[in-house]
Design a protein around this ligand. Structure first.
Ligand SMILES: Cc1cc2nc3c(=O)[nH]c(=O)nc-3n(C[C@H](O)[C@H](O)[C@H](O)COP(=O)(O)OP(=O)(O)OC[C@H]3O[C@@H](n4cnc5c(N)ncnc54)[C@H](O)[C@@H]3O)c2cc1C
Length: 435
């Protein structure tokens, strides 16, 4: 118990790691947390991604509680252990909550009969912390760690790490210096993803094969889906074709005041969706992604970029509908998209997706059976795409890099996509130290 542990990133993962250490009697004086953001007393509302509790600190406060949601955890430690680790994260959020009795778990019921046999519906429990309480939780949690002697270095960016010398370099506008570590927990989240990739490239870190995630943003009047929305507001329909290496899911459902958003990546357009909270924006529309996960493609990133590039026209993405026109944005402008005919869909989009587009069309045709009023009253924006960043290969027992056993990647910087999994990965690493 005399190793110097340095944690880069005071986000959900970093904070859970430090907590697990001091809870088990590890001397706080041997733990240093560096973050480019601010402590919870100084952090401003617009600082969404950085500072104490990271992106999780200013998030929607929904703690998902299922191993199929929020990224990879059970892959490393097995199902049972994953659930136990997630319990620990949820307990921590309750422990520092000013009103823990208000933390409620929503647990949707069984899959409704009417979607069978065409789709599965992913049902999972969610603990609701309450967005309004996150700032209070953060302050209580921070005070606890400080009281245990943990050293925090705020508003300093780590810009280089020498894995061979066990040394990292950090700076702000007034200072630049180096810090030595015995064990390093690398927990930089999405805001540090470029830095993570830079390290992966310069050290030639091997990575896990990734899948392609591509499809369309589907849009229709909400009334057609209301029966399902009443059961699961952010419903996730899915289906799998294991033998063909393809699975599909509906993704990120927006209702009530739902708008399609244009994203520009690498100079091309793709689509996403968002929902306004204000009733004044209500348009009674629903939109969601229909995303295919395609495994076994040689260079998924390049393949996805090529496909996205092929399904552009007039410097925009495409829109196809058997009956509708593209919608407007919440600001009242048209969603930028070139409307195409069924012929173009067949002769441009299908070949661009190398035969995979048929899965999207089948998904839509089966939705027409399950939601009988839908008919031709829908449209789709092409493409929606998720470029997954490479996930470095780690040793499964402690999430350490294959060639650098004292460097541990955790949270969104590894393979997580949510609060519970990020915190759980970090606790898992600390348990390996405590052994
Ligand atoms: C708006 C929004 C809402 C969300 N809502 C939810 C939700 O309801 N439920 C859910 O499960 N997930 C949600 N998420 C995702 C969730 O917040 C993240 O998955 C989670 O916070 C990841 O934890 P992490 O510790 O890996 O990274 P983060 O929590 O992002 O923390 C990373 C920390 O590292 C610091 N950092 C980065 N680079 C450096 C560097 N070079 N030097 C020093 N410090 C650095 C950052 O300042 C940051 O504080 C939301 C995300 C956003 C943006």
């Amino acid at each position: 118990m005399d190793k110097k542990i340095v944690i880069v990133g005071a986000g959900v993962a970093g904070v859970n790691a430090a907590t697990k250490l001091v809870d088990n009697g590890y001397p706080g004086e041997l733990i240093t947390i560096i973050d480019m953001g601010k402590d919870p007393y100084q952090r401003k509302p617009e600082e969404v991604m950085t500072g104490f509790l990271g992106a999780g600190g200013w998030s929607d406060g929904k703690l998902t509680y299922h191993t199929a949601i929020g990224g990879q955890l059970s892959k490393y430690c097995g199902e049972e252990k994953a659930m136990e680790l997630m319990d620990q994260v949820i307990t921590n959020f309750k422990r520092f909550h000013p009103k823990p009795e208000e933390v409620q778990c929503s647990n949707p019921e069984e899959e409704p009969e009417f979607i069978k046999p065409y789709f599965g519906l992913r049902l999972f429990p969610v603990w609701h912390v309450g967005t309004d309480y996150l700032s209070e939780i953060a302050k209580n949690w921070y005070d606890y760690l400080v009281s245990k002697g943990v050293e925090f270095i705020w508003e300093h960016k780590v810009y280089a790490i020498d894995f061979n010398k066990n040394e990292l370099s950090l700076a702000n506008q007034d200072f630049a210096g180096e810090i030595q570590y015995d064990e390093l927990i690398f927990a930089v989240g999405k805001s540090g993803i470029d830095f993570a990739q830079q390290l992966a490239q310069s050290y030639e870190l091997p990575d896990e094969p990734k899948s392609v995630q591509i499809g369309v943003r589907f849009e229709a009047p909400q009334e057609h889906f209301q029966k399902l929305i009443d059961i699961s507001y952010d419903f996730k329909l899915y289906r799998k074709f294991d033998n063909e290496g393809v699975s599909l899911r509906s993704f990120c459902t927006n209702n009530n005041a739902a708008y399609v958003a244009v994203e520009e990546t690498y100079g091309d357009h793709s689509y996403n969706g968002h929902a306004k909270k204000d009733e004044a924006y209500r348009n009674n529309m629903t939109n969601f992604g229909i995303l295919m996960e395609i495994n076994g493609i040689e260079d998924p990133f390049k393949w996805s970029r090529d496909v996205v590039n092929k399904v552009q026209a007039n410097s925009t993405g495409l829109y196809y509908s058997p009956s509708r026109q593209p919608s407007t944005t919440s600001e009242g402008n048209g969603v930028t998209a070139t409307q195409i005919s069924l012929d173009t869909l067949t002769h441009v989009v299908e070949p661009a997706m190398e035969g995979y587009f048929k899965y999207v069309m089948d998904f839509i045709m089966d939705m027409k059976k399950v939601f009988p009023t839908l008919g031709d009253d829908w449209g789709m924006y092409i493409p929606e795409v998720k470029y997954l960043s490479p996930e470095v290969k780690v040793n499964y027992e402690d999430l350490s890099l294959i060639d650098y056993p004292n460097v541990h990647f955790v949270g969104d910087a590894l393979s997580a996509r949510g609060i519970t999994v990020s915190g759980a990965q970090a606790i898992y690493v600390v348990e390996s130290f405590l052994k």
